[in-house]
Design a protein around this ligand. Structure first.
Ligand code: GUN
Length: 286
């Protein structure tokens, strides 16, 4: 029997509805929650992501600005703009879309964002807080993955979780969240020897590698929960994940589709984090 489908669109819709209601209440009281999204350069995938992020804010009634900067913007100019947004009372959350062009040091840029406006949760202060189990903001993609696991009431405590991909955006924070939820966690990376030996042990398998369909049916434990973070465009124009969905759906117990899985949940969690930024910053304005 094919796996249960974890429907990210349906789950995200519920979250967005709840956020729209809370946003309407806050707006009626005075200041609208506001998000600034900064894009540097013309990476086609990033352009789609930032448009979706800003549109999602508008749809729930939040204030949002999308700033597109040319690929040759200097690091100093970007840092200066972030400093202005840190002081802008109408902006509660700041998101700089990654990756940045090579001449810009993304660590310096992330560190320039005020930690209480860091909706992504990427600032070292926020990454550190997550690591010690006291997160201010959970990075949006791993946060969305956790909500998807919660939605199927999967017993995470004691489960073996394997994450394929060790990025700061997904793999590492995902490991922290699963660890805090009581899983036994393995993070695999591009140097991992005998990857299938690890993935086949997973009760929960989270894949974020950017390699289309790299996880095949024979790499998955029967009944496992498979969360596919990847979104790749194939030469024929179709989208696919890092998991070979057509094979793995006959092995897994539950699986997220691509598109319509983790992507919409990432955006829903961005909205939730923006509200959290608002709650942290609005006391300063009143
Ligand atoms: N690039 C890919 N995913 C993300 C994300 O969650 N936040 C930012 N800022 N950039 C990204």
């Amino acid at each position: 029997m094919p796996a249960q489908l974890i429907d990210g669109n349906a789950l995200a819709k519920k979250v967005r509805l709840e956020i729209a209601t809370r946003t309407a209440i806050l707006t009626a009281k005075g200041v609208k929650p506001g998000l600034a999204v900064l894009l540097v350069g013309e990476d086609p995938a990033s352009q789609v992501y930032v448009r979706n992020k800003v549109k999602a804010c508008e749809d729930v009634g939040m204030h949002s600005i999308l700033e597109r900067h040319p690929a040759d913007l200097s690091e100093d100019k970007l840092l200066q703009r972030i400093a202005e947004l840190n002081l802008d009372a109408s902006i509660h959350g700041i998101l700089v879309q990654l990756p940045l062009p090579k001449h810009i040091d993304s660590h310096r840029v992330i560190e320039a964002i005020a930690p209480e406006k860091d909706v992504d949760g990427f600032h070292v202060a926020n990454a550190g807080a997550l690591m010690i189990g006291a997160p201010l903001f959970r990075p949006c993609t791993p946060y969305g993955c956790m909500k998807m696991l919660e939605s199927i009431e999967y017993p995470i405590k004691g489960a073996r979780a394997v994450i394929v991909g060790a990025s700061n955006i997904v793999g590492k924070p995902m490991a922290m969240l699963l660890l805090q939820a009581g899983a036994t966690v393995t993070i695999c990376n591009s140097k991992t020897k005998d990857l299938p030996a690890h993935t086949k042990e997973a009760d929960i398998l989270v894949v974020a590698t950017g390699k289309p369909k790299m996880i095949t049916g024979n790499m998955v434990k029967p009944g496992a929960i498979v969360i596919d973070v990847g979104i790749n465009r194939l030469p024929d124009g179709k989208l696919c994940g890092d998991v070979d969905f057509d094979e793995v759906k006959y092995v897994a117990g539950a699986i997220t589709p691509v598109p319509g899985g983790v992507g919409p949940m990432t955006i829903a969690m961005l909205l939730r984090n923006t509200l959290r930024c608002y709650a942290l910053n609005s006391t300063k304005e009143s």
